[in-house]
Design a protein. Structure first.
Length: 429
C-alpha cells in the first residue's frame, strides 16, 4: 500500500515541483477567502504533498482532511502563472489518501450504493415515492426541508425533492422529432434523472423543436465525477467503462449533457482514466469527440432555430458553474441562447463564474462553509435585481436556491435550457 501511494505521488512529482509558491492562487480560492489558513489554498496543499514526497510527512488523517478542503472549482489552476494543474494535483493527493487510509465510512457506504446501478436506481425511486413523508415542500419553488434530523444532512439545508418518476422512466428510449435531421444521445446524469426532471424535459423539448431525435440509453449510470474527485479512481474507471459501452451500443451523431461536470467527465476524465489502456482510451476519445454540453451543442453544432422563439418577458442573470467556465470553457453559448429570446433582459452579475460553494459532495460535508461561500454569490445575484438566475448545473441550481431562500430573496433558479424551452412553447401558444 505504501508503495502504491508513493507511486501515485511520484507520478506528479514534477508537476508538484513546478509550483513556485507565488501565492497567486490565494487570491481566487473561495475556501481561502473564508477560512484564511494556508492548507485551504492550492499552494498549501501542494506543500503538504511535497512534504510527503520528501519523506517528512505521513499521509495522516490531517492530510486527508486538508485535501478534502477544496470545492474543485479550478480557480487556482486558471490563475496559476506556472501552469500548475492544482485541482488535479489535489485529486491525486486524495487518491493517495484513499490508497493509504481507505475511504471515509460514509463515502464508502454511499459509493457502494452508487456502484450497484440497480440498487441505486431502486433507492432513488423509493426516495421519490416516500420523500413527502420525510421532507416538507416549500412554497413557490422546487425546494424542500427535512422534517426531522437525518444523517449527513444539515438540519437547515434546503434541497430539492426527488422526482416521483425519474426522467428516463417518463419517456421511451428514443424520442422522435417530427422531421429528424440528427440523432443525439442524452446523458442525463443523476441530478437531472432523479431530481430536476424539468431540466431533462426541456432538453428533450428543445432538441425536438430543432428536428433532432433524442436517445435516452436506459442503462446509463452516474458519470463518476463524485467518486473521481473524492479519490476513488478505480470506481470512476468502472463507471466510465460502463457508460462508454452503453453509449457505443447506439448509432448516435452526438452525445449531449446538460451539466458541465457530466460533459467534462466524458470529454476529459474518461480519456484521462485510460492512459494505461490504449484500446479503452481510443474508445473514450471517440465518444469524447462527439460529446457536447447542451448550449454548446445548440449554438456551435446544431445552429438552433431562432425563428421559432416566442416572447419570455423576464430579467435574467447568469451563474457560470465552475466546470463549465473553467472545465469545458463554455460561457458564451448559454448567453447566446438567452440573448436570442425575445423579451429577455439579460443582466450580467459581478464575477459570474465565482464558485457557488456547492462543490459536489463538498457542501454535504462542510455545509456551513459552503453556505458562507454561497452568501457572496447570493449578494451578487441580488445586486442585479434580476428575477431569474440561469445556470447550467443542477447542483448549482439546488445550492443557489437554498441560499436565496435562506437569505429571503425572491429569485428563481432555472437551467438556461428551460428558458429556451419556454420561448419555443410561447411561440406555439
Ligand atoms: S499553484 Fe501556481 S499560483 Fe499557486 S502558489 Fe503554486 S505556482 Fe503560484
Ligand atoms: S480548486 Fe478551488 S477550492 Fe480547491 S484549492 Fe483550487 S481554488 Fe481553492
Amino acid at each position: 500500500m505504501a508503495m502504491e501511494y508513493k507511486k501515485l505521488l511520484a507520478d506528479v512529482e514534477d508537476a508538484v515541483a513546478n509550483c513556485m509558491k507565488c501565492g497567486n492562487c490565494q487570491e481566487v480560492c473561495p475556501i481561502y477567502k473564508e477560512v484564511r489558513i494556508e492548507p485551504a489554498v492550492a499552494r498549501g496543499k501542494i506543500a503538504l504533498m511535497e512534504a510527503v514526497l520528501n519523506g517528512g510527512l505521513d499521509i495522516t488523517a490531517g492530510f486527508d482532511k486538508k485535501m478534502a478542503l477544496c470545492v474543485s472549482c479550478k480557480a487556482c489552476t486558471a490563475k496559476c502563472p506556472c501552469g500548475v494543474k492544482a485541482d488535479e494535483l489535489i485529486i491525486r493527493g486524495r487518491q493517495a489518501a484513499v490508497a493509504v487510509r481507505g475511504l471515509h465510512p460514509v463515502k464508502k457506504a454511499v459509493f457502494s450504493l452508487l456502484k450497484n446501478r440497480g440498487l441505486f436506481d431502486f433507492s432513488l425511486r423509493l426516495a421519490g415515492m416516500f420523500g413527502p413523508l420525510t421532507f416538507k415542500k416549500l412554497p413557490g419553488r422546487l425546494a424542500q426541508i427535512s422534517r426531522f434530523p437525518m444523517p449527513g444532512l444539515d438540519r437547515k439545508r434546503i434541497t430539492a425533492p426527488f422526482a416521483a418518476t425519474p426522467l428516463r422512466g417518463q419517456y421511451p428510449e428514443t424520442v422522435k422529432a417530427a422531421q429528424s435531421k440528427l440523432r443525439v444521445g442524452f446523458f442525463t446524469g443523476c441530478t437531472i434523472n432523479y431530481i430536476y426532471t424539468d431540466i431533462g424535459q426541456s432538453v428533450i423539448n428543445v432538441l425536438k423543436a430543432n428536428d433532432i431525435d433524442v436517445v435516452l440509453p436506459k442503462l446509463q449510470h452516474c458519470c463518476g465525477t463524485p467518486v473521481y474527485v473524492n479519490g476513488d479512481v478505480e470506481l470512476a474507471k468502472i463507471f466510465a467503462k460502463h457508460n462508454i459501452e452503453t453509449f457505443e451500443n447506439y448509432k448516435l451523431d452526438y452525445i449531449v449533457a446538460a451539466c458541465g461536470s457530466c460533459t467534462e467527465a466524458w470529454k476529459t476524465e474518461y480519456p484521462g482514466l485510460f492512459l494505461d489502456d490504449p484500446a479503452m482510451k481510443q474508445r473514450a476519445d471517440a465518444l469524447a469527440a462527439k460529446t457536447y454540453e447542451i448550449s454548446q451543442f445548440l449554438v456551435d453544432i446544431a445552429k438552433f432555430r431562432r425563428d421559432g422563439l416566442g416572447e419570455v418577458k423576464v430579467s435574467v442573470t447568469m451563474h457560470d458553474p465552475c466546470h463549465m467556465a473553467r472545465g469545458i470553457k463554455v460561457t458564451s453559448q448559454p448567453r447566446e441562447l438567452l440573448k436570442a429570446i425575445p423579451g429577455v433582459e439579460f443582466i450580467e452579475m459581478k464575477d459570474p463564474s465565482r464558485c457557488c460553494g456547492a462543490g459536489g459532495s463538498f457542501s454535504l460535508a462542510h455545509y456551513d462553509l459552503a453556505r458562507q461561500i454561497n452568501d457572496r454569490k447570493i449578494a451578487d445575484i441580488a445586486s442585479t435585481g434580476a428575477s431569474i438566475v440561469a445556470t447550467g448545473c443542477g447542483l448549482c441550481r439546488m445550492h443557489i436556491t437554498d441560499g436565496l431562500i435562506q437569505n429571503d430573496k425572491p429569485q428563481e433558479v432555472l437551467h438556461t435550457i428551460q428558458l429556451l424551452d419556454k420561448a419555443y412553447q410561447a411561440r406555439n401558444k
